[in-house]
Ligand binder design. Structure first.
Ligand SMILES: Cc1cc2nc3c(=O)[nH]c(=O)nc-3n(C[C@H](O)[C@H](O)[C@H](O)COP(=O)(O)OP(=O)(O)OC[C@H]3O[C@@H](n4cnc5c(N)ncnc54)[C@H](O)[C@@H]3O)c2cc1C
Length: 664
């Protein structure tokens, strides 16, 4: 048998972690990336990485509680075994990164410092100032370079993944990629291909994500037959700097270090914010969510900020929606030590020092919980079975997905600082599965004609694009229109009529894309044609997002349709309150039966998404109402607990039972 060879597409945290572990296992890796791996979007991650730690353990925290916070925060939409496994690995991953040299902040005693992030009451987040992603990425990059020198890794930076190559049985045998300098095409034969290609924020035009986060690789895999899971779940981060070119994140770590969100009680109060007395400020998150305060999960904080500006008319500015994020009560030295990276960003782009003046922020598209559907094998203890070739495998055998581009870990809403963990975890965990997959799928070398034909198809597509000089559409204008539309209808608040109309508009835009003119027809570093291709691949995913959102008639995590919201309890008299809580729980149960399902999109023959649903494995922690700050939460919780106890008694259950994970 020839030496095993794996193709990893993407050199962010997920791709580098996977490459590092594969090389440790003696497997050769071809690592393809649009940008130099050290410039992958992961380098922008700011606030930190979660795991249970010595400090939180003293307060009663456990891996199970981390797991519980993650599935509760994600509104129970993720299969639980992979999430449990990830939470179990958390402490080892942070220790590993520490040993690899990540300069995590330390306390004066020399212990790793921790901060609190949203959706938990524990300080689980390790951080390196406010540039955690950069420090983690550089540490993994060093390890991968070491293996490159040893000859186990070959890097292909400035290469674009164009399509997986499938054999006649539908198994992935490699991929076709394009050199973005010489514009040459090349087929990579591989025993397995792993996509670690990150998020797709560019579908929304402006977002907090890097400008290479087009989602092109995922879209190409989807169009080749891989299923897309939970596409409609897009995270809108509560705190970003609005900008004309892009939206820049002000990390949740600002609130984790004590930052407070507020608006003046008087609409558009013209005074300098520092002169507005406490009594005339509305700290709306603290008032409405006393337990979690400014650190409620992101979907909730985002809706509150959106609501206070749009419905309550309390935006700080009249012509631009924003609220204050205030750090001015925290000593400057602390701010510089713990948040330096993000404060510099604010200062640079707004020209204001956030150490002495409250920042103005507003929500922005930030993260995609959805992504390529991936499988797993459940282990005996309820986690994931290490080494199973099914782990992280897409619906195309031999094609895998890890990191932000899979749909596996965050359900309907991701908790802050859990993504860096899921990226590194899925990267490390998948490596032995890839080795096993190779053994399972191997049948010797593939005929070169399979790859030659795949390369030829890409060359033809490329030539066709270059020949469109007389086209009437401008790809950059079209992209702005797509982004504007998606931001308007598929972010914080969603309405069926708008989603249905938008779907039609996106189909028209896709048609218009076929008439895009490419102004640069050269064959040397042609960014114009690369962008135009990526734009063409945004439409199929935009349609997955819109159709999934249109069909999902409920509110869950980041997906909010006012028509289906379940407000709190209005009654005040105890018996009436109780009766209302019973009705609330009935409705919750009915909704769970109907909608606690993953949305699975398959690309139909005409390019339209065929949607089906898959049951979610919630066998470890039974779903319960998400009650953060809801009026009447205590009585709903009381009713819910009684029902659960009665159910357990009736079924004689002490824990969960296994649920088979079936393909849709
Ligand atoms: C501003 C910001 C701050 C964040 N801060 C945090 C935080 O503090 N904590 C946390 O947990 N999460 C954070 N997140 C989320 C987190 O940064 C990302 O989810 C994570 O870094 C994604 O890593 P990844 O390895 O999956 O992909 P990425 O780091 O995005 O890497 C993708 C790779 O794929 C390559 N690629 C893409 N398309 C192609 C193609 N067609 N061909 C070839 N290569 C391709 C790219 O070149 C790149 O190498 C933050 C997100 C943002 C936007």
């Amino acid at each position: 048998m020839a030496e095993p060879r794996i193709l990893v597409v993407g050199g962010g945290l997920a791709g580098l972690a996977c490459t590092m572990r594969l090389a440790e296992l003696g497997v050769h890796v071809d690592l393809v990336s649009l940008v130099p791996v050290k410039r992958s979007h992961s380098v922008c991650a700011q606030g930190g990485i979660n795991s249970v730690n010595a400090l939180t353990r003293q307060q009663g925290d456990t891996e199970w509680k981390h797991f519980d916070d993650t599935v509760y925060g994600g509104d129970f939409l993720q299969h639980q075994p992979p999430v449990k496994e990830m939470a179990d690995w958390g402490p080892r991953i942070v220790d590993l990164m520490d040993r690899l040299g990540v300069p995590f902040n330390r306390t004066t005693e020399g212990f790793r410092d921790q901060r609190r992030f949203g959706g938990t009451l524990y300080k689980r987040t390790s951080f390196a100032g406010a540039t955690t992603g950069q420090q983690l990425l550089y540490a993994l990059d060093e390890q991968v370079r070491r293996r490159e020198v040893e000859g186990l890794v070959t890097k292909w930076e400035f290469w674009d993944f164009l399509t997986p190559v499938l054999d006649e049985r539908g198994r992935c045998r490699g991929a076709v990629c394009q050199d973005l300098v010489t514009m040459q095409f090349r087929a990579f034969q591989a025993d397995a291909v792993v996509l670690a290609s990150g998020g797709n924020g560019l579908i929304y035009g402006r977002s907090t994500m890097s400008m290479v986060c087009t989602g092109s690789a995922v879209s190409r895999a989807y169009q080749a037959g891989a299923w897309y899971g939970n596409g409609e779940f897009i995270q809108v981060h509560p705190t970003a700097i609005p900008g004309a070119d892009k939206l820049r994140l002000m990390s949740e770590s600002a609130r984790g270090e004590g930052g407070r969100v507020w608006v003046p009680r008087k609409p558009q109060d013209p005074r300098d914010p520092r002169e507005i007395p406490e009594a005339e400020r509305c700290y709306f998150l603290e008032e409405r969510y006393p337990k979690y305060g400014n650190l409620v999960p992101r979907d909730i904080a985002t809706r509150e900020i959106f609501d206070i500006c749009t419905n309550e008319g309390l935006s700080v500015e009249k012509d631009r929606l924003c609220v204050y994020l205030d750090l001015t009560h925290i000593p400057r030295e602390t701010l510089d030590r713990k948040l330096g990276g993000i404060l510099e960003i604010y200062e640079k782009f707004q020209g204001v020092d956030p150490r002495s003046m409250p920042m103005k922020i507003f929500p922005a598209v930030h993260y995609s919980m959805g992504g390529l559907w991936v499988d797993y094998t459940r282990s005996g203890d309820g986690g994931m079975l290490e080494g199973s070739p099914r782990n992280q495998q897409t619906s195309i055998p031999g094609l895998y997905a890890i990191g932000e581009c899979d749909y596996q870990y965050h359900g309907a809403n991701r908790l802050g600082a859990n993504s860096l963990l899921s990226c590194i975890f899925s990267g490390l965990f998948v490596a032995p599965s890839l080795k096993a997959a190779r053994e399972e799928g191997s049948r010797g070398g593939e005929p070169t004609k399979l790859f030659d034909a795949a390369v030829r198809r890409q060359e033809e597509r490329h030539r066709e694009l270059l020949s469109r000089t007389a086209g009437t559409e401008n790809p950059y204008d079209l992209h702005q229109q797509l982004g504007g539309l998606m931001t308007r209808v598929a972010t914080v608040v969603r309405r069926n009529e708008q989603l249905a109309d938008a779907y039609g508009e996106v189909c028209q835009m896709e048609e218009r894309w076929r008439r895009c003119a490419v102004s640069d027809t050269g064959n040397w570093t042609n960014q114009n044609v690369v962008f135009t291709k990526a734009l063409g691949d945004m439409f199929p995913v935009a349609k997955v997002i819109l159709k999934g959102a249109l069909l999902r008639d409920e509110c869950r995590g980041a997906h909010f349709k006012p028509q289906f919201s379940m407000p709190g309890i209005e009654a005040v008299e105890p018996a009436a309150k109780r009766a209302e809580a019973e009705r609330w729980c009935d409705r919750f149960e009915e909704n769970t039966r109907k909608w606690l399902k993953s949305t699975i999109a398959a690309c139909g023959p005409g390019g339209e998404p065929d949607i089906s649903y898959q049951d979610v494995d919630t066998s470890l922690i039974p779903p319960r109402p998400r009650l953060y700050g809801l009026v009447g939460a205590e009585v709903i919780e009381e009713v819910w607990k009684e029902r659960q106890a009665a159910r357990s008694a009736a079924e004689g259950l002490t824990g969960g039972v296994g649920v088979a994970v079936a393909a849709p």
